[in-house]
Design a protein around this ligand. Structure first.
Ligand code: DLZ
Length: 160
């Protein structure tokens, strides 16, 4: 068996930012609730979670980058809801959100989690924000938590 380095899911004593886009707030509020609930159930103190709201998913990377620079947090969970409708904006915004949220994490060294749901229909948005297909905010918070602990495990490893 190879030596395995992996992250566990203990949020105790950790500080998190949730960056959430205001668009489609009926769904994004569910993602915020799912992310917060996941962090608290894994031991985070609610006072150690800061919610930062921004206009839309396009702005998520810019805000994540600024939060990483200015706030003392262990991870940043980015949440948004994109519904295709009939607008070509969708593809541009989705691409920028995905690329930029990743870039913010790579540049800063602070893990960023991608909790943006990209849907064709309202029904899909309902499914992914807390019904049939789970809650993408909770999933993103779980990933952020694993990344925080994984980075610590890498730093502490003898090869690190
Ligand atoms: C403009 C726009 C559109 C059409 N749709 C969405 C959406 O479904 N979800 C979302 O988060 N944001 C949307 N926006 C707003 C853009 O993300 C951005 O805030 C504006 O283009 C201003 O830069």
């Amino acid at each position: 068996m190879p030596q395995t380095i992996e992250g566990h899911f203990d949020a105790k004593g950790r500080r998190f930012a949730i960056v959430a886009a205001r668009w489609n707030s009926i769904f994004s509020e569910q993602l915020i609730a799912g992310a917060t609930d996941t962090l608290v159930r894994h031991g985070a103190n609610e006072t150690d979670i800061t919610l930062v709201r921004c206009p839309g998913s396009y702005e998520l990377p810019q805000v994540a980058r600024r939060v990483a620079q200015k706030m003392n947090v262990d991870a940043i969970i980015c949440l948004g809801v994109l519904i295709r409708g009939s607008t070509p904006h969708f593809d541009y915004i989705a691409a920028e959100a995905a690329r930029g949220i990743g870039a913010a994490g790579i540049e800063s060294g602070v893990p960023t989690a991608f909790g943006v749901i990209t849907c064709d229909t309202l029904e899909q948005a309902i499914e992914r924000s807390g019904s049939k297909a789970g809650n993408k905010g909770a999933e993103a918070a779980t990933a952020a938590l694993e990344m925080v602990n994984l980075f610590d495990a890498i730093d502490e490893s003898s090869n690190g």
